[in-house]
Design a protein around this ligand. Structure first.
Ligand code: URA
Length: 433
């Protein structure tokens, strides 16, 4: 077999066999196939696509290119949720303990934030004491004992994706359904979950700008899951505006705690109840989503979900007194309010701009090496469709930096108010369940 023949075959829009995909990806990972040939194949895939069998084979080969987590000693079905990335997306902090409080097994590997999107690991580490460097044994033991554990993605997981993604990033070959979906799914599948719920975001702050594109990506990923015999389902959710109100690490932890205590923003609560009920059915803890939803709500009201969060944070080494008393958290030195300049209805609260501004205030990193300032960020006070009066606060900005006038101006421009009534956006646009 020769790499050039495989490139040529895809260039001519023919189907690649599993053996050819295996030969190419393994050769690329071990260095016998150079970057320029891998770039050429990636471009041929961008231009000519792959069918669902090829995409599933590519995913499987990538998934097996490194270590695969063996979670078979966890009792019960392991369920995971994966979001394609968003602004203010603290769903995992709420959803994990919430479904674990009803008996689901959540063995989760998460990443860090980069650019305008935040990462679950950073948010968790903003709670003093929390550690995400668990050994595999400790991770499994914790899931068996309390139903939930979280660790950082290890470097030996899916090396093919690390190498290929770096190349795609600089060769204009990121935008391809088979390449994106195999990249995401190979990492998810290598972490050993039996069932996966995909939260595919659409909108201004998301990778996929339209509902249609998000549905297409979700469909390909659900197909991959089916081929590889994992229960994979998807929801398509709004990222035109931030999820909930808070953007930034400590600010989002506080919102997650309040949500688990029954005082969450409407959109976040709805997303967590919908996603949670699907995950409980996937875990086979419940047969019926409506009954699962009822019990999820009950566990928020009776305090069991918050209790599970505290057990989880304690097991990860965190100081739970911060969760009991949110005022203990560090606060930023400077606080600025952005006010409405007119009466009307909120038409836009741009997620991408607000996410980028929160990052510039200290909440995120531009490069992997940047440090995060945990108390910084933005809390928006209104969602699309809200009636607004002139002078009302639209957002509160928290930072430890001086001279942030430019950023404050960007935050102001992220909002637009119009005279005519605006319909609120649905949180979940589509279900693939
Ligand atoms: N996220 C990934 O993990 N991979 C892609 O290719 C795109 C987004």
């Amino acid at each position: 077999m020769r790499a050039v023949d495989i490139i040529c075959k895809k260039k001519d829009n023919n189907e690649l066999s599993k053996e050819e995909i295996e030969f190419f990806i393994n050769g690329f990972v071990n260095g016998s196939i150079p970057d320029y040939q891998a770039s050429a194949l990636a471009m041929a895939i961008v231009l000519n696509g792959m069918n669902s069998r090829e995409t599933a084979d590519l995913t499987s080969v990538m998934m097996h290119s490194g270590k695969i987590l063996d979670l078979s000693s966890i009792k019960g079905l392991k369920v995971d949720k994966h979001s394609t990335g968003g602004v203010g997306d603290k769903t995992s902090l709420v959803l994990g303990p919430l479904v674990a409080s009803l008996g689901a097994k959540v063995a989760k590997m998460s990443g860090r934030g980069l650019g305008h999107t935040g990462g679950t690991l950073d948010k968790l580490e903003s709670i003093p004491g929390v550690s995400i460097s668990l050994t595999q044994e400790a991770f499994i033991k914790q899931v068996n004992e309390i139903g939930i554990a979280l660790m950082g993605q290890t470097n030996d997981l899916v090396p093919a994706d690390k190498k290929l993604y770096a190349l795609r990033d600089v060769t204009a070959t990121v935008e391809s359904l088979p390449l994106i979906s195999s990249s995401i799914m190979s990492k998810k599948l290598a972490t050993g979950s039996d069932a996966i719920l995909l939260d595919v975001k659409y909108g201004e702050g998301a990778f996929m700008k339209s509902v249609e594109d998000a549905v297409n990506l979700a469909t390909v990923m659900v197909e991959i899951g089916k081929h590889l015999k994992r229960d994979t389902r998807a929801i398509i959710t709004d990222m035109e505006q931030p999820l909930g109100l808070a953007i930034g690490n400590i600010l989002e932890v506080k919102e997650a705690v309040n949500t688990l205590k029954g005082n969450g923003p409407k959109d976040l609560v709805e997303l967590c109840l919908e996603a949670g009920s699907i995950m409980l059915v996937q875990s086979k803890v419940y047969e019926d989503r409506e009954k699962a939803k009822e019990d999820l709500l009950k566990n928020i009201e009776n305090g069991l979900a918050f209790k599970k969060l505290k057990e989880f944070i304690k097991a990860q080494g965190g100081d739970v007194s911060y969760l009991d008393n949110l005022d203990k958290f560090e606060t930023s030195k400077y606080v600025y309010e952005i006010k409405a300049k007119r009466d009307g209805y909120l038409k836009r609260a741009q997620a991408l701009t607000l996410g980028t501004s929160a990052m510039k205030l200290g909440a995120g990193r531009l490069t992997k090496e940047d440090l995060i300032d945990y108390p910084s960020g933005i809390v928006i006070r209104h969602k699309i469709g809200d009636k607004i009066s002139k002078g009302e606060v639209l957002a509160t900005c928290y930072t430890n930096y001086e001279n942030v006038n430019e950023v404050l101006k960007e935050v102001e421009e992220a909002f637009s108010i119009v005279s005519e009534k605006v319909n609120p956006l649905p949180v979940i646009a589509k279900y693939l369940v």
